[in-house]
Each structure stands twice: as C-alpha cells, then as structure tokens.
Design a binder for this molecule. Sequence first.
Ligand code: DGY
Length: 311
Amino acid sequence: MTRHVPPGGLDPLVEAGHEIVSSENDAPYSPDELRDLAPGVDAIISMLTDQITGEILQAGASGLLKVVANAAVGYDNVDVASAHRLGLSVCNTPGVLDQTTADLTFLLILATRRQTSTAEADLRDGTWKGWGFLDHLAHDIHGATLGLVGYGRIGQEVARRAEGFGMTVLHHTRTPTGHPGYVASLLSLIEQSDVLSVHVPLTPETHHLIGPEEFAMFHPTSTLVNTSRGPVIDEDALVDALEAGKLFGAGLDVFDGEPAINPRILTAPRTVLLPHIGSATVETRMNMARLASQGVCAVLAGQTPINIVLG
Ligand code: DGY
C-alpha cells in the first residue's frame, strides 16, 4: 500500500491472509523507495500520485511482484506497457466512483455557471455591500446544453443528472456511440454547448485535447468543467480564453502537474478550483480500496480479476 485507505478498504486482503506493508504516517514513498520495496512485495496498491515507472516494475519483476492495482479508475501513472511486457498484471477501480465523480462534476457545473466561488469570496472579504439587482449575474443551468467530451460511465452519470436539471445533453467520442445526442466533431460539440464537461482518460491522444483551436469555439456565456486529468486541457490557452472573455468560466478539479498549480490558473477570472476531490467520499474511497484489494487477491490466487487493465 503506497498510502492509507479508509477502514474496511483492505478487508479482502486481510481475509485472504495477506500481509500488508505501508508507511506509518501515510507519507508517500519516493520513487527510489518504491523501486527498492517493489521486489519484496507480491503486489503494489498504488495511487494516482505514484509514478509506477518501468524501472520500478522491472525491479519488482526481478523479485516477487505480480500485480499493481491502482486505486483509481485512471491509470496514466502506471507504465502499463512495461508491466505487461514483464508479465505483471495491472488493475484499476472502474465503476465504483462513477456516481461520486459525477456528483462532483455537477457541483462544478452548478458552481461555475452561477459563479458561487466569486460570490462567496465577495461576501467573506467584505466586498459585498448588499443585494443588488445587477450583482453577481451569471448563467442558467436549466435550458442550457451540456456537451460531454467522452461518454463512458462517468460521462453517462453526468448526463443523467443534467437531464434532471432540464439540460439538453450532447456528447462526442472518437468512435460513434449510437446513442442520441452524438456529435461527430469535437469543435461542433463545443460550438453547440453552453457547458462543456471533459470525461476522457489521459493518453497521448487526449493531451491538450482542449487547446487554442477548441477555445475559439466557446461562447462568452459558455463554461468548461474538467474532472478527468489536468493535461487534457491546455491551461495557458484556457487562461488566455478566460482573460479575453471567450468563455464565461471554468470549473477545474484536476491540474497539469498537480499538486503544483500553474500560477496563471490561480489568478484567472471566473474559476472554481478544487484539489482533485472527484471521488473523495469515505464510502467511495473505501469501495475503491476494496476493489483494488480484490484485484490483488484474484491475481495472487491465479484468477483474472474483473478490474484487470487490458492492452
Ligand atoms: C481516478 O480514479 O482516476 C480519480 O481521478 C480519483 O479520484
């Protein structure tokens, strides 16, 4: 275990009789420590903040290591190709965090459209001098069009919530989904959307997927939300677009290079910023840890886990 998890999250491992090793104070292991520890363990349960490199996997494969279970649905931090080349299994935690992440996404959609962070800051710092008919005017959610970039499990949960709020929902993926609301062109989706919400994994193809060309298609009243991975958005292009008024606002839960934050993002206008808390509820983190543990147990028992990462 590279980090601590909520009580109950490791029960499958305990019940199967496995010994669990983790740092005493929940401090992350350094890359060197991970490399040195890897050969001595049968499995690593990693977090999205651990870079599980080819070097660490190679060291592990020269010893006992058989499986890396990333306690996240995204696994861009694991060198999956190297793992597979070395005969190691990789697991992730799909499914168990969809609703929680969709809830947080919707929170960002609401907060960004209504600019609640700016309004609250005005109240807290004394800028607010009283109710004003023209103060804190933002944009409606009901009647707006939501464009989903990516239409996997989390995107579809966001769509369900949006329908309850009276939004029209469109989506774009590289291959047609066959579902109503499919838009073949990303630029056209952006043009048609009042809210764009990003739900794609980070891959070489999705790095800076939303950049200057895409920001040119936003409207002065439209908003962007990202709860996927920071590098999917070109943050400098986003700040340029916000400063130029090309879009109304942005709600971000993820950042390129987090926990370091591009200083331009911190001072950009009309943003709602959260520290990567998409799946951060006790219940969901417990379920993620359990699923990662179950994946480890299955691999160590010679079975194929339901949460195996293929390819
Ligand atoms: C994931 O699972 O990939 C999330 O980013 C964790 O919250």
